[in-house]
Design a protein around this ligand. Structure first.
Ligand code: KIV
Ligand code: ZN
Length: 546
């Protein structure tokens, strides 16, 4: 299903910034392969514009944006609109940033430069230390330069939500005159209310010289939990592009979430008068992938993609649902790619049934290798667990497929623990040369013992900063999913530079694992985080050497 094909309604452009603003979430570091994989999934989802990163921030960011432009930019397969995604790169209002962004995005058939400069008095005075006149001059120069390189130029007055409205009409009028084709209005600090933000969009469209020549866009942050409401208010008042992220990840409390805006529009088509080309059945898959790669779990009660979003617990609700689903359900779960049927797989299910179920869950395009790996894993789990539900299947796929290259492999893990035993672990790993390495350790608990034993072999000092275990389904035999985060001590990989503020921050790496045994799931999660950290270091060293 698309969210109401825009043949009959005005088209709403979906601009996804998961790979740029989303990646600025605390701890959400993505490597090159993960960025490419997410970009491919965003293309399948039907996103119109993919902001792939901030190319000037580092050589790694530049390369990631360029690879997305080259490899994902041309794809039209599985896209309901039949058009390729536009690949955008962010640039401060400076020539070198803009040139770098252009060089990174230009391999894509459709590409955009997105440049920004703050306009609020708070930012002008305390951050940029310039006056309004200088701000207008820089905007004119930046947009004209971007337009000299590229026909598709977006300008954002950062902190527009707290900027003087009249001044905004001056800045934005100059941006349009200099060639900006999209004007994006960021509520950078998530300060506005829906009424204010909607009124701001209406005011700017009515009062900016040349407003009719540009597409108006929303960009809201969620500090007060109002990002989706503000975005929809912007759409009601004339915005025809929304800037969003998967699962609403982003700076601080995050950005507007794609799935909430898209499903609000699809569920209440009469309310907004617009439609998108998003294939909503890809929403769940995209959400899981982004959560697995960033290591940011989705809260269970999160709208549309939370584990409880379609669960009906109260007896009175269950009774209503049995009589007719419309009593308590405003969206069908299959609309967002969640399984509709209670059909479950078990140990007698064959490869064909497994493949068909995955296709129904939106994973029709897995490679034979991924499919085989997932099937083998499914068989092992089905031996331990009577029924394997769709939630289990999703966890298996996440654990098998969304993993970094295995530099070190976990071969064997065994623990002894109990209230009168010192928790002890023995592990066997396969090193990068293919040699088996074994060691044992004692710890405060079984997981600590396993991590210590792994550390004795791999010898990569790090600090565990987060450890989360969740049960995939109900019941004592549920799969456990573990997500962890580690902070390396090695200086090559321990810091990263924030693209907007230029400050360096501590860098962390996430890992995830699933198993019916949570100690095994914890070991898998640790190996996944270690491998991610080691590939980041290798990438960095390679770039330094070349
Ligand atoms: O929130 C913000 O202001 C931004 C801009 C760079 C668009 O992310
Ligand atoms: Zn932002």
């Amino acid at each position: 299903m698309t969210s109401g094909a825009p043949e009959t309604k005005e088209r709403l452009i979906v601009f996804d910034t998961t790979l740029r603003d989303g990646e600025q979430s605390p701890g959400a570091t993505l490597n090159l392969e993960e960025k490419l994989e997410i970009a491919r999934q965003l293309s399948r989802l039907g996103v119109d514009v993919c902001e792939a990163g901030f190319p000037i921030a580092s050589p790694g960011d530049f390369e990631a944006v360029q690879r997305v432009a080259r490899e994902v930019g041309p794809l039209v397969e599985n896209r309901k609109s039949g058009e390729p995604m536009t690949i955008a790169g962010l640039a401060r209002a400076r020539r070198e940033d803009i040139q770098r962004a252009y060089d990174a995005v230009s391999p894509a058939p459709r590409h955009r430069i997105h440049t920004f400069l703050a306009t609020s008095d708070i930012h002008l005075k305390h951050k940029l230390r310039i006056d309004r006149e200088e701000c207008v001059r820089r905007v004119k120069e930046a947009v004209s330069f971007a337009r000299s390189l590229c026909d598709d130029v977006e300008f954002s007055p950062e902190d527009a939500g707290r900027s003087d409205r009249e001044f905004l009409t001056v800045v934005l009028g100059e941006a349009i005159a200099a060639g900006a084709t999209t004007l994006n209005i960021p509520d950078t600090v998530g300060y506005t209310t829906p009424e204010e933000y909607g009124a701001l969009i209406a005011y700017l469209i009515a009062n900016t010289p040349g407003a009719e020549k540009a597409t108006w866009s929303t960009h809201c942050h969620n500090d007060l939990g109002l990002a989706t409401a503000n975005t929809l208010a912007g759409v009601r008042n004339g915005a025809r592009q929304v800037e969003v992220t998967i699962n609403g990840i982003g700076e601080r409390a995050g950005n507007t979430s794609l799935e909430e805006v898209v499903m609000a529009i699809a569920t209440r088509p009469g309310e907004f008068g617009v439609a998108t080309w998003i294939d909503t059945t890809q929403i769940t898959r995209t959400s899981r992938m982004v959560s697995a790669y960033t290591g940011i779990p989705v809260q269970p009660n999160k709208a549309v993609v939370g584990a409880n979003a379609f669960a009906h617990e109260a007896g009175i609700h269950q009774d209503g649902m049995l009589k007719h689903h419309s009593t308590y359900e405003i969206m069908r779960p299959e609309t967002v790619g969640l399984a509709s049927s209670a059909l479950v797989l078990g140990k007698h299910s064959g490869r064909h049934a497994f493949k068909v179920r995955l296709e129904e869950l939106g994973y029709g395009d897995l490679s034979d290798e991924d499919l085989n790996r997932a099937f083998e894993r499914f068989k092992r789990i089905a031996d331990k667990k009577k029924v394997v539900t769709d939630a289990d299947l999703e966890a298996i796929l996440t654990d098998e497929i969304y993993q970094p290259p295995e530099i070190w492999k976990l071969k064997y893990v065994q623990v002894t623990c109990g209230d009168h035993t010192r928790p002890t672990a023995t592990v066997i790993l396969v090193d990068p040369e293919g040699k088996e390495r074994e060691d044992a350790a004692v710890g405060a608990g079984p997981v600590d013992a396993v991590y210590k034993a792994i550390n004795r072999i791999v010898r990569e000092p790090n600090t565990l900063t987060e450890f989360v275990v969740t049960a995939v389904t109900e019941g004592i035999d549920s799969l456990g999913e573990v997500t962890i985060r580690i902070q390396p001590h090695h200086e090559e990989t321990s810091r990263w530079t924030h693209p907007q503020t230029g400050q360096t921050q501590a860098r962390t790496f996430s890992g995830h694992g699933a198993s019916t045994d949570i100690v095994v799931a914890s070991a898998r999660a640790y190996m996944s985080a270690l491998n991610k950290m080691l590939s980041a270091r290798a990438e960095k060293l390679e770039r330094k050497g070349s």
